[in-house]
Design a protein. Structure first.
Lengths: 114, 112
């Protein structure tokens, strides 16, 4: 089954404790992206990657890091989480620009930072 | 950067009626406009999209219209059904298709 998976689905952590949210897709997509969803703000793009070792900032990259060492994986790293990063996070992937822009979203990771 | 505004934030309609959600964008370079449906507890799912070289696109009960001059685009759902109840997001993307800007969402409730 074609899908985007995220782990963990739920996470409660404390301020300053480094964490990683994993994202994996099995569709051989070139493009992957991370979003955060907050009430009243919709989805905002954090980082995106057009291919292995190619990443770029989205609209709200502060406080986040990403890496793309393999085509299928695109982890989101919070090196020193703060309460304002409490949010619902979505990973998405697509074949890439020039082919189709349809993004497939993962199920989401709800993060709470206390 | 791009700014996408979406209205209304909530919408209730009777089953069988039509629903219209409107979005405006600010960057004239944007040329791809997808619409996503998000059901409770799930990630958004693409339901229809339109590119700037097209004025209207239809897929069964769902249609999208685009007015490039006025920089606005709309989602039209006809003959609404209870399963259409969800949150709908519009988005805009530039020609590169790398960056996406979403509206703030519309919570649609279809009353049986």
């Amino acid at each position: 089954e074609a899908q985007v998976t995220q782990n963990p689905r739920y996470l409660i952590t404390v301020t300053g404790k480094k964490l990683t949210v994993t994202c994996s897709q099995n569709m051989n997509h070139e493009y992957m992206s991370w979003y955060r969803q907050d009430p009243g703000l919709g989805l905002r793009q954090i980082y995106y990657s057009m291919n292995v070792e190619v990443t770029d900032k989205g609209d709200v990259p502060e406080g986040y890091k990403v890496s793309r060492k393999e085509k299928r994986n695109f982890p989101l790293i919070l090196e020193s989480p703060s309460p304002n990063q409490t949010s619902l996070y979505f990973c998405a992937s697509s074949f890439g620009t020039g082919r189709t822009y349809e993004q497939y979203f993962g199920p989401g990771t709800r993060l709470t930072v206390t | 950067g791009e700014n996408v505004e979406q209205h209304p934030s909530t919408l209730s309609v009777q089953e069988g009626d039509s629903a219209v959600i409107k979005c405006t964008y600010s960057d004239s370079a944007s040329n791809y406009f997808p619409w996503y449906k998000q059901e409770l507890g799930k990630g958004p799912q693409l339901i229809i999209d339109i590119r700037s070289n097209v004025g209207e696109k239809k897929d069964q009960r769902i249609a999208v219209t685009l007015n490039k001059t006025a920089k606005h685009f709309s989602l039209h759902i006809t003959e609404t059904q209870p399963e259409d109840s969800a949150v709908y997001f519009c988005a805009a993307s530039s020609n590169t298709g790398n960056q996406f800007y979403f509206g703030t969402g519309t919570s649609l409730t279809v009353i049986p």
